[in-house]
Design a protein around this ligand. Structure first.
Ligand code: MTE
Ligand code: MOS
Length: 791
């Protein structure tokens, strides 16, 4: 394929830093990979169905499920009152009820569940219930919530420098507002759990979850048994993208209580529509800005109001909105900043983690402002962005006081300027647009600086269990989960490298709470950083014991002992194979297994002010997009994209390249075609692929050039000097949105501004272009609203 390169690594490593295929790639293709729904069904399995509310806000006056119980084939019907213990599966704060109690708080809330011999029976039975309620006034939009001061958590703020005087003294000042849409995860495998009762009231749950430990904990609480009675197992997910960080606990809890009640295994698998209506998504945001800057476009001060729609409960909204605040600088030095973050309570589904975790929304705020400044001053947005970048030894303090120590942004700008032929293409695009035809072009470059670590500091820990057998093969387990991102492969590479054995000699088994306890979610892109280090620590401990055995047996210095190519070396001499040494260790009663642990160093945050060093390091990237837009329909194509992304010293350039490409395309979907539409009653009208448009293969950039940074290196000691790659590339897609905005602006007269909300769907692009044309006809028309379009 065009222009894709693997960086070469000239070091002695044999297994890490090499493009090994994903351990399940062949199984994904042949269909042999076992997802939760593919596990052979146990005898007596029941199928569950959850009845959802069809109003956004109401007081339940009567709910009668007795008719459901009469349907032949029904084994159990459970409402909130039938729950044996805890009724709430809120992950951090309470508020996520297993079943609605007195009130309905969003359209799609679970009312009760039925378990039956087959799914059709369960669905038929669930329809027999009568539910009566009195409608209440719902709060549906961010604007509505702001006006009513309807918040799910306290408002937070950053203050750095003196923003008010900086704004007052600045040579230029602009303010405005725009919206950023949410996003459905659209994992190919929907939410699912299968609960299988065990002896003594214990429960085994196969769950499609990024967070087995949390599912264990919440299922145990709902069942009313200790954590030790619940085992959660996850071999793989068919995608999670953050949508399986907290949401699976609810699905697993429903399956588990029904299994406990009936004493039979129960499977709950949501269909696509129910999944989209019932489970949380990316937060949509409203951004207001007030920015002051000098003649060169350098920002003197900026005041941001970020408001997000959290839905009916806190879920992870605290941390998501914190991360939005932490990323409202993106790549830029903001000397005087105020960031106010409102977390709105609305009668809509409780929004949750989604790749980037609030970061993308925060970054869109400042990128939008960069564009507005350039537009206002008549400068090239590329230059304005470059002028505002963090400096290397100065201008490097973030609004939350962390110093940016590993800045490579100026190099990325220089590289993309050359490799994407920016200046020449800028000229060509402008010349093309000057002809004033039906088609317009747009071009934009946007950078990414993404903080790596959970901002909730204690989550930055992981465990692993490494078992070496006497034949020299290794079984590896760790707390991380596999969702397609290649974590299992990378951690196996790390362990194989330690023992100097082939990757095939390391088998990673399904993630289970029975092997590694109290783990964090596989999230915040830090799966490899954390679990890779824990596994490396375990492997190094075993290797240390083996080395000691060699040095004692052969009477040599430990430093002279090495493991490579499946052999054990003393100096340059191979003395035995790795399996032979393992056998010898066993006969000498040397322990061949180890539990490893890792906690990220250096990070700390003041919980009240959010200031400190939340991130161990930053991952960087830059992208350039060119779009071609039809001004008569608003339809567009991305004709070319150039990406340069920093994975540090990539552990696996093949997998990392996949993450960069996939993340970019998912981000493009978020900012272009994926539009969530709720009607005025609070019902999601886009709950199937027929109405909700994720990018298809045909939406890929026609010319797609992706490179990993050749000189990649992580100055912090992350595992093997690599960098996390799961989320950062999603935000590279901001360049596509800004290229579309650039095309729209080409129609508007100089100095005017046209509001464009995300996602920039063809409809929105068309309306914005109509608006831009209107400005051309009447220069007095105000920017920011679309009302005066048709004259
Ligand atoms: N890649 C695939 N194929 N599928 C996924 O579900 N999730 C993303 C990212 N890449 C995801 C993915 C998200 S939201 C995160 S946080 C990281 O992977 C989690 O995995 P990691 O920490 O191992 O990178
Ligand atoms: Mo990813 S949103 O941190 O699961």
């Amino acid at each position: 394929m065009n222009g894709r390169t693997f960086p070469e690594f000239d070091n002695a490593s044999r297994t890490v830093h090499k493009p090994h295929p994903h351990d399940s790639a062949h199984k994904h293709v042949t269909g042999e990979a076992v997802y939760t729904d593919d596990i052979p069904e146990p005898r007596n399995l029941l199928h569950a169905y959850v009845r959802l509310s069809n109003t956004a806000h109401a007081r339940i006056t009567a709910m009668d499920v007795s008719a459901c119980r009469e349907v032949p084939g029904v084994a159990a019907v459970m409402t909130a009152d039938d729950l044996p213990a805890k009724r709430d599966v809120g992950p951090v704060f309470p508020g996520d009820l297993v079943f609605a109690e007195d009130t309905i708080n969003y359209w799609g809330q679970a009312l009760f569940a039925v378990a039956a011999e087959d799914l059709d029976t369960a669905i038929t039975a669930a329809k027999q219930a009568t539910v009566e309620y009195d409608e209440l006034e719902p709060v549906l939009s961010i604007d509505d919530a702001l006006e009513k001061e309807s918040f799910v958590l306290d408002t937070k703020r950053f203050d750095k420098g003196d923003t008010d005087s900086a704004l007052a003294q600045a040579a230029h000042r602009l303010d405005g507002e725009f919206g950023i849409g949410g996003q459905d995860h659209f994992y190919l495998e929907g939410q699912i759990a299968m609960a299988v009762p065990q002896e003594d009231g214990d429960m085994l749950v196969y769950s499609s979850t990024q967070h087995p430990s949390e599912v264990q904990h919440l299922v145990a609480a709902v069942l009313g048994i200790p954590d030790h009675g619940v085992v959660i197992e996850t071999r793989r997910m068919g995608g999670g993208f953050g949508g399986k960080e907290t949401q699976p606990a609810h699905i697993a809890a429903v399956a588990a209580v029904l299994a406990q009640r009936t004493g039979r295994p129960v499977k709950l698998r949501l269909d696509r529509d129910d999944d989209m209506v019932m489970t949380g998504k990316r937060h949509d945001f409203k951004v207001r800005y007030d920015v002051g800057f000098d003649d060169t476009g350098r920002i003197q001060g900026v005041d941001f109001m970020l408001a997000s729609r959290c839905g009916i409960s806190a879920d992870l909204s605290g941390a998501v909105n914190d991360r939005a605040m932490y990323h409202a600088d993106n790549a830029y030095y903001l000397p005087n900043t105020r960031i106010v973050s409102h977390r709105c309570y609305t009668n809509t589904v409780s929004n949750t983690a989604f790749r980037g975790f609030g970061g993308p929304q925060g970054m869109m705020a400042i990128e939008y402002v960069m564009d507005e400044i350039a537009r206002h001053l008549g400068l090239d947005a590329f230059e304005v962005r470059r002028r505002n970048l963090y400096g290397i030894d100065e201008r490097n303090e973030t609004p939350y006081d962390q110093i940016v120590e590993d800045n490579i942004l100026p190099e990325l700008f220089d590289d993309i300027e050359q490799s994407a032929e920016y200046a020449e293409r800028r000229r060509r695009v402008d010349a093309f647009n000057a002809e004033g035809g039906v088609l317009r072009k747009g071009l934009a470059v946007t950078p990414v600086k993404f903080g790596i670590s959970f901002t909730t500091t204690h989550l930055n820990q992981a465990g692993a269990l490494v078992l070496v057998y006497t034949d020299g093969s290794v079984q590896l387990n760790h707390g991380g989960t596999e969702m397609g991102q290649g974590l299992y492969t990378k951690v196996a590479q790390i362990v194989a490298e330690e023992f100097g054995i082939d990757l095939e000699r390391v088998r990673i088994t399904a993630t289970t709470t029975g092997k590694v306890p109290n783990t964090s979610a596989t999230a915040a892109s830090s799966g490899t950083d954390l679990n890779g280090m824990a596994a490396q620590n375990a492997a190094r401990a075993i290797k240390g014991r083996l080395t000691k055995l060699v040095s004692e047996t052969w009477n040599v210095d430990a430093e002279d002992v090495a493991f490579r190519d499946g052999q054990v070396y003393i100096g340059e001499d191979a003395i035995c194979t790795f399996p032979e040494l393992c056998q010898r260790a066993h006969l000498n009663r040397v322990q061949l297994s180890e539990a490893g642990f890792y906690a990220t160093p250096k990070i700390h945050v003041d919980k009240a002010t959010l200031k400190g060093r939340p991130f161990y390091y930053f991952a960087y990237g830059i992208a350039c997009a060119e779009v071609l837009v039809d001004t008569l329909t608003g339809e567009y194509r991305v004709v070319r994209t150039d990406i340069l992304h920093d994975c540090g010293k990539s552990l696996n350039p093949a997998i990392d390249l996949g993450q960069v490409e996939g993340g970019f395309v998912q981000g493009m979907g978020w900012l272009t075609t994926e539009e969530l539409v709720w009607n005025d009653k609070g019902s999601l009208t886009t709950h199937a692929p027929s109405t909700y448009k994720i990018p298809a293969a045909s939406d890929m950039p026609v010319d797609f050039r992706v490179r990993l940074l050749d000189s990649g290196y992580n100055r912090e000691k992350a595992v093997r000097r690599s960098k996390a790659v799961g989320e950062p590339p999603l935000m590279l897609a901001m360049c596509v949105y800004h290229a579309l905005k650039d095309a729209v602006n080409s129609i508007a007269p100089k100095g005017t501004r046209v509001r464009l909300d995300a996602p920039a769907t063809p409809e929105k692009v068309l309306l914005a272009m109509e608006h831009a044309r209107g400005l051309g006809r009447d220069a007095r028309a105000p920017a920011g609203s679309l009302e005066e379009v048709d004259e």
